[in-house]
Design a protein around this ligand. Structure first.
Ligand code: AMP
Ligand code: MG
Length: 409
């Protein structure tokens, strides 16, 4: 039986408003172990909601509608849902003003969901023995409030208890999604696991949804068992889980070891330093970062020699290594990480194409660079973001004593 979100509003179909309510509801239901498996967006025309709900009712156990509860003529949701349920509309509060009264009407057998951020009440009612429908206001703050504090979530939670699910997301860096998929092997074919792979410039994440059936191990237990198997399959590519970010993992590890780091950046223009300093408490481990965009800056600030740049170029393993060594010395830190590359869209050559980046690492007993080919076709920002990820990951690997970041020539 499906869990469905219906977003209602012409403005959503026209692309004028981003549908943040459906995203919010999906995330909240997932936390309850009630993953959404269908979403619909419809306009405000009369009868559209009725037609859709009649189509999906018998295959759905929970339908959450967002929008269409306002006071204007195009806000037809309360009337249409009352009719689908075969119920009259009744008032949950008395108002003198028509506009307010209209928004305080709900189907007679529905449970009212209070909205403390606006005037439109939400409601929850049973369409049939097996199907609940919840109607929430459209404005995002009201949708959130009515769901979280008005009683919507409590109803979903009690529905969730009859089906046990657990969910986790596991984050990797170092290899593209096709290789992560291959590394997962037969985990992808298990009938009681729903696995998704999702790539962003910052990470490739593996989501796992587990379900337990009566008499089997619990969904939580199965999730933890799967987490252990993922660790086996993915090894040092795996760096975190759920809400963790790579920068937080790196800063936490530096703190734990009481080590410090400096940055020397060319093509990322300070984004690595920005990522590190986005973590609260980063001042314990980070004090210095250089943005050395020109050759002159690399020479004067980081002591990268003229001869080196002349011989190998600014985008080279030698230069990346020298930048890291210069930053580590200049800042007197345990570690330094450096990035130099061609972010594009122009400036590439046959030898040194757009997306070619070198990550330099200098530490207590190492100084080296790795070569990476970033997704040049995705544009300059993605090249930069992938380079930030690789700098952080190179550092993570060194701090944890793992092998160095794999080259991607
Ligand atoms: P409504 O309750 O349909 O009158 O919606 C009121 C306002 O809420 C709309 O004008 C939109 O700006 C906003 N809104 C409605 N639905 C959504 C949605 N799914 N996501 C984000 N904003 C929305
Ligand atoms: Mg509307």
């Amino acid at each position: 039986m499906d869990v469905v979100v219906i977003s209602i509003g012409e403005e959503l179909l026209q692309g004028r408003i981003l549908d943040t309510n459906a995203n919010f509801i999906s995330g909240e239901l997932l936390k309850l172990g009630l993953p959404v498996n269908k979403r619909f967006t419809i306009g405000d025309k009369a009868g559209e909601l009725t037609t859709l709900v009649n189509q999906i009712q018998s295959s759905s156990r929970l339908i959450i509608c967002c929008g269409g509860l306002g006071p204007t003529v195009d806000d037809r949701v309360r009337a249409e849902l009352a009719e689908v349920c075969g119920q009259q509309l009744i008032a949950v509060a008395e108002h003198h003003q028509d506009v307010l009264q209209k928004q305080a009407m709900i189907p007679e057998l529905a449970k009212a969901l209070r909205n403390r951020r606006g005037t439109a009440w939400g409601f929850a009612c049973q369409l049939s023995k097996a199907t609940w429908v919840i109607s929430l206001p459209g404005p995002p703050v009201e949708c959130r409030n009515t769901f979280l504090d008005g009683g919507g979530r409590d109803i979903c939670r009690s529905l969730a208890q009859s089906c046990a699910n657990a969910f986790g997301v596991f984050h990797t860096a170092g290899l593209p999604e096709s290789k992560i998929e291959r590394a997962l092997g037969d985990l992808l074919d298990r009938p009681n696991l729903q696995i998704g792979i999702n790539a962003s410039p910052l990470q490739v994440s593996v989501s796992v949804l587990t379900q337990s059936r009566p008499g089997e191990i619990s969904a939580e237990h199965l999730l933890e068992k799967t987490a252990a198997e993922l660790k086996q399959c993915l090894g040092e590519l795996l760096w975190g889980r759920d809400q963790q970010s790579l920068e937080r993992v790196v800063v936490a590890e530096l703190m734990r070891q009481e080590h410090s780091v400096a940055t020397a950046e060319s093509c990322t223009g300070g984004l690595v330093a920005a990522a590190l300093t986005s973590v609260a408490g980063a001042s314990q481990v980070f004090g210095h970062g250089w943005t050395t965009y020109s050759n002159h800056a690399k020479q004067s600030q980081l002591n990268v020699s003229d001869e080196l740049i002349e011989r190998y170029g600014a985008v080279s393993a030698e230069c990346a290594t020298a930048m890291a060594v210069g930053a580590r010395q200049g800042a007197n830190t345990d570690w330094a990480v450096a990035a130099t590359g061609i972010a594009g869209p122009s400036g590439g050559t046959e030898d040194k194409p757009v997306g070619l980046v070198y990550i330099g690492v200098a530490g207590p007993s190492c100084a080296y660079a790795v070569r990476r080919r970033q997704a040049a076709r995705s544009g300059r920002l993605v090249v930069q973001q992938q380079t930030v990820r690789d700098c952080l990951d190179a550092l993570r690997r060194e701090l944890l004593g793992l092998s160095c970041l794999p080259e991607r020539p």
